[in-house]
Design a protein around this ligand. Structure first.
Ligand code: FCB
Length: 469
């Protein structure tokens, strides 16, 4: 069976500044929360690897871009590091950063690889975090200034802009679940951060429109489709609440222009509405429309009705309404402890098609992180057949969704060269290219060569039809 995609389908991969660039002495980069926390809270990071030593895109970008061209990428997403461009988050611009990003975008364009550029990928400049990060409205103004500067400086080289990557994560991981700095655990503050991030997104889109740049602007979301254990009303309620908190809170605001009524009712009932929500905010959210949506998809969320009552004196959280459900027989990626469920991508596509006006979208991240990948090296190459299979299965489901009318415009794998993960550092490898941490060498994996062919043929053939139920 042959799966063919459209001629102008985006094929490529994504990374982010903090996860790939690394730093060199005197590069003028200011510190962000990851530089700070991976140093000061070093024990929280796998084998203590800090942001200083990430995959050296800052120095290797020419070779890295050549490597992308070698396997036929026609597009590639990275982010601009806010603290590289504005070492203090606002004010003085680092000219070395301007030159670097200009050269990166020129180099990509020269090689026929469209730059997809994201502005914020979890990396708050430290000076702004000290002012309260996104809890402080002054930081929204600073972000607006940063966004507008990026459009001005690079607008003639970049046709695809994104305001945020996974905007839920800085709020949820940084202010509720103790995973990202500043390690605050407080639902109400997390909700305020999320609201302010949505406002920052809207402000950036507004500037982009006002100043009339060419190209498209959008946002990258991590959508985790929710599946109830059963049709029992208690399980269905659990699923509805998980979806309400983790997906609809954000998706409805960004894509439908308003927060779900039910969310507001629940937050009021529990006294958890953020303090500072103004009527002009609601108007701004209502007026803001994006052109292109990116979806990061890694795993499903299976839930069931709670089996115990939440501690009424504990910390309010979405988990008060559901328990995670371990479905018997689920397929696991044991390196990450997450389920593999390719059909989830189809379900997301359906949701976008039927609930979000079939907006133009693309898969902005999808991939598989594998621990101890060196064990799969044979004849100098990682033989990552599991990755090929993973990608194929997801693409088959995507293909089906597109046949049924979904406006999906492309597919980006996470990632091109193995890069640094938040907390897990280099534990799990995701790339089409292997990075040897000792020598710095980057070598193509079997999946990279497979991808090269997929792009050349705009699709792939699978011998036996991959199971699609
Ligand atoms: C996503 C993040 C990305 C990367 C992948 C593995 O949630 O957007 O930065 O770490 O996970």
């Amino acid at each position: 069976m042959k799966y063919t995609f459209s001629k102008d389908f985006f094929w490529g991969a994504a990374t982010s500044a903090t996860q790939s660039e690394g730093t060199v002495k005197n590069d003028g980069k200011g510190e962000n929360i990851w530089d700070y926390s991976s140093k000061v809270f070093n024990y929280r990071f796998f084998e203590g690897v800090t942001t200083k030593d990430t995959s050296k895109f800052y120095t290797d970008y020419k070779q890295d871009i050549q490597n992308m061209a070698d396997i036929n990428f026609n597009s590639f997403r990275t982010s601009i590091s806010w603290s590289r461009l504005f070492p203090k988050g606002i004010g003085e611009i680092n000219q070395a950063a301007v030159a670097f990003y200009q050269d990166v975008f020129d180099e990509l364009n020269k090689k026929g690889i469209k730059p997809f550029v994201n502005l914020y990928h979890f990396d708050m400049p430290m000076d702004l975090q000290e002012l309260g990060g996104f809890e402080n409205r002054k930081v929204i103004d600073a972000y607006k200034e940063y966004a507008s500067t990026c459009f001005k400086l690079f607008g003639d080289k970049v046709g695809y802009w994104f305001t945020f990557n996974e905007p839920m994560i800085p709020a949820e991981a940084g202010y509720l679940h103790d995973r990202h700095y500043p390690y605050v655990v407080d639902f109400k503050r997390a909700a305020q951060v999320l609201h302010n991030i949505i406002l920052a997104h809207c402000e950036a889109v507004k500037v982009f429109r006002q100043e009339n740049y060419f190209g498209k602007i959008g946002i990258i979301m991590d959508v985790i489709p929710v599946y109830p254990r059963s049709e029992n009303p208690a399980d269905l309620y659990a699923a509805e609440m998980a979806d309400l908190f983790y997906t609809r809170s954000l998706n409805d605001a960004v894509l439908k222009g308003k927060y779900p009524e039910k969310l507001i009712t629940v937050l009021k009932e529990y006294g958890q509405l953020p303090e500072d929500i103004r009527s002009e905010d609601i108007e701004l959210i209502q007026q803001t429309k994006i052109d292109l949506l990116g979806i990061n998809y890694y795993r499903p969320r299976r839930v069931k009705a709670r089996e115990s009552l939440p501690n009424p004196n504990g910390v309010f959280s979405p988990e008060w309404f559901y328990d995670n459900y371990e479905m018997p027989g689920r397929r696991m990626n044991t390196s990450r402890g997450i389920e593999i469920y390719p059909k989830g991508l189809y379900d997301i596509a359906q949701k976008i098609q039927h609930e979000y006006e079939n907006i133009d979208w693309f898969v902005s991240e999808n991939g598989i992180g594998i621990q101890d990948e060196e064990n799969f090296i044979q004849d100098g190459m990682v033989q990552d057949d599991y990755r090929i299979e993973f990608l194929q299965e997801h693409l088959v489901w995507l293909h089906r969704a597109m046949k049924e009318g979904s406006n999906c415009l492309g597919y980006h794998m996470w990632t091109s060269v193995d890069c640094w993960s938040w907390i897990n550092a280099y534990k799990n490898r995701y790339g089409f290219y292997r990075l040897d941490l000792e020598t710095g060498e980057k070598t193509v994996k079997k999946s990279g060569l497979w991808f090269k062919q997929v792009v050349a043929e705009n699709g792939f053939e699978v011998q036996e039809k991959i199971e699609v139920i």
